[in-house]
Design a protein around this ligand. Structure first.
Ligand code: NGQ
Ligand code: ZN
Length: 454
């Protein structure tokens, strides 16, 4: 058993002081507010439920900063995607693992304790499977074993280049599987997952309505009756047009009418929705997987937050392209996208209240649900997904306790994070990951080998 003592903590029922917390088998097994610290307790200042990072493509971390050069008249999400495809052609298994370990470490240091890895880089550059079909899933899991992050591994079904079963482009060959090979890959990955701690999970991710067909979608859903289901949806206007033309309805409308969307589901982006789609999605129980930094970086557009929250919709956040890993910035960018659109302030809260609290607690609960983790709040029986922040930091020290999350989201940087426990694994201490030097060294070596190939 591990014990912590926090000067203050945000429990499911609200803020408490002088909390002793016990962790057994990765879960919270004791909570005693108004106590005294005891010898052997790990002491922290302010303890919060840690967030899940519900959407990541780990490998894209290594191309951060390589796609911000304007080529006259032609830059868009789609030209970014071409550059990204070109980059993937040079990655080998060792590089994939080294990059994934780096980005998972950065996530932990930012205060995330789990990640939904939306994994579609499956095969060799020419499209041939590796000797072991799930080789690159193994590499993501090996990275998770190194970093201690709570992994929800989401192998991706990516079969087509567009609605109507358009054949894959050359740059997409590494992603491609038909349904049978996809199911074999998921089975292999599920086997490998047994070597990871028991909080790690597997789900499935039909990539998008562009990259799957209605029939294939049905088949994989029938074959995988439990666990998270993630899908990209309505990120770009051109995608909405393509689905409207090809399938006869807007993407969210089509999905809600043709798939059993419920609280197992996470709809990534869901940027371009009508009011009716927004309300219907909120009512479905699915989690909106919002990726505000990436959505800003790629020029996607703002989420329809006010309608969605008013309709009781669940949401969480993800770092997607991993161009930058920052939990505070992710949440702040989400709110600022709404303010800039609406020429307003304090948008993402229903009725009255703290925006920081609404964003942080909402993303904690929704993110955990999307990743199939029993987490999202500090309560008995929940996983010990915990983050400690330094309330004496200049960005926070002037604030009342009920303003702390506003300070965290709008005024602080991730440097205020001191300690992180992922299902009880104490992976960040004094703001640094416990294996930081080794992970960095391996990343630098992998990048040195990769750069001459680019
Ligand atoms: C992805 N990224 O899966 O990494 C996609 C690009 C695609 C975003 N949608 C690939 N942000 O859409 O086919
Ligand atoms: Zn994505």
């Amino acid at each position: 058993m591990v014990t912590l003592f926090a000067k203050r903590a945000l429990l499911a029922e609200g803020w408490v002081e002088n909390l002793r917390l016990e962790i057994t088998g990765g879960a919270v097994t004791g909570l005693t507010p108004d106590s005294a610290a005891q010898p052997g307790d790990t002491r922290v200042d302010t303890l919060l439920p840690a967030l899940a990072n519900l959407h990541s493509h780990a490998f894209q971390r290594a191309m951060a900063g390589m796609t911000e050069y304007r080529l006259a008249g032609r830059d868009s999400f789609w030209t970014w995607r071409d550059l990204m495809y070109r980059f993937t052609a040079h990655l080998d298994p060792e590089g994939v693992e080294a990059i994934a370990a780096l980005v998972q470490m950065e996530m932990l240091e930012a205060g995330y304790t789990s990640v939904g890895e939306f994994h579609y880089l499956h095969h060799q550059p020419d499209g041939q499977p590796y000797a072991r079909l799930a080789e690159l899933s193994d590499r993501i899991m090996a990275a998770a074993a190194t970093t201690g992050i709570g992994l929800t591994h989401l192998p991706v079904l990516y079969s087509y280049a567009g609605v109507g079963e358009v054949p894959l482009e050359a740059g997409q060959r590494r992603f491609g599987n038909n349904v049978d090979r996809f199911c074999a890959l998921v089975d292999q990955a599920r086997g490998a997952l047994r070597d990871l701690p028991g909080d790690c999970r597997i789900g499935i991710a039909p990539h998008s309505l562009r990259a799957t067909s209605p029939r294939d979608l049905n088949t994989v859903l029938a074959a995988h009756g439990e666990g998270p289901v993630h899908i990209h949806i309505s990120e770009q206007p051109k995608e909405v047009e393509e689905v409207l033309t090809g399938l006869g309805a807007r993407p969210v409308d089509w999905l809600l009418d043709n798939a059993p969307v419920d609280d197992r589901w996470c709809l990534i982006h869901a940027t371009h929705m009508t009011e009716a789609e927004t309300r219907a999605m909120a009512a479905s129980g699915a989690v909106a997987g919002l990726c505000p930094i990436t959505e800003a970086n790629l020029g996607d557009g703002p989420f329809n937050g006010p309608t969605y929250l008013a309709a009781g919709g669940a949401f969480g956040v993800g770092s997607d392209s991993n161009v930058r890993i920052s939990l505070t910035e992710e949440l702040r960018t989400l709110e600022y996208s709404q303010r800039l659109r609406d020429l307003s302030r304090n948008v993402l809260v229903v009725g009255e209240g703290s925006v920081g609290q609404s964003l942080y607690s909402g993303a904690a609960r929704g993110g955990a649900r999307a990743l199939g983790r029993r987490a999202g709040q500090i309560a008995l029986g929940q996983l010990a997904d915990l983050v400690a922040v330094d309330g004496t930091d200049p960005a926070l020290c002037a604030l009342e306790v009920d303003q702390l999350l506003d300070g965290l989201v709008f005024a602080a940087s991730d440097r205020v994070v001191t300690d992180v426990w992922a299902a009880g694994r104490h992976q960040v201490r004094g703001g640094r990951h416990v294996a930081r030097e080794a992970i960095l060294a391996r990343y630098r070596t992998a990048i040195a080998e990769l750069l001459p190939r680019l």
